[in-house]
Ligand binder design. Structure first.
Ligand SMILES: [Zn+2]
Length: 130
């Protein structure tokens, strides 16, 4: 019975959210699942909020590229990354820590998927927890 009530409330919440403007939809994020919704080709892309958890152990001196377009929130290891090439603004070459801390960039899934661990909260905790 309780389960049904919960499901009903969730449906209600979803229908409420659907009626609101898209701006309100992203005020609260669950954080655990961020992949999956990116497939839709939305007209206006919103950059993610600055990363809060990161660790640059071993990659402090890695140089990356960032597109200075305000809708971009990623950095690239490859200067010929297709995502970077499609940049409509200027781009800069800078160190990875600076790209993350000063510009709030995340790793590009196309050319820098191997750097995702930099933002892995669990990895950071493991690093400092003991
Ligand atoms: Zn890239």
């Amino acid at each position: 019975m309780l389960k049904n009530t919960l499901a009903g409330m969730v449906c209600l919440l979803i229908s409420l959210a659907a009626c609101q403007s898209p701006d309100n939809a992203q005020t609260e994020q669950t954080g655990t699942q961020e992949a999956g919704t990116a497939a839709a080709d939305t007209v206006q892309r919103q950059p993610r909020p600055k990363p809060e958890h990161y660790s640059f152990k071993g990659v402090e001196k890695t140089r990356v590229y960032i597109c200075m377009d305000e809708t971009e929130d990623t950095f690239h290891q490859k200067h010929d990354c297709p995502v970077l090439v499609s940049c409509k603004s200027t781009f800069r070459n800078l160190t990875l820590p600076r790209a993350v801390e000063a510009f709030g960039r995340y790793n590009c899934e196309t050319c820098s998927a191997d750097l995702a661990y930099v933002f892995d909260e669990d990895a950071v905790q493991f690093e400092t927890g003991l």
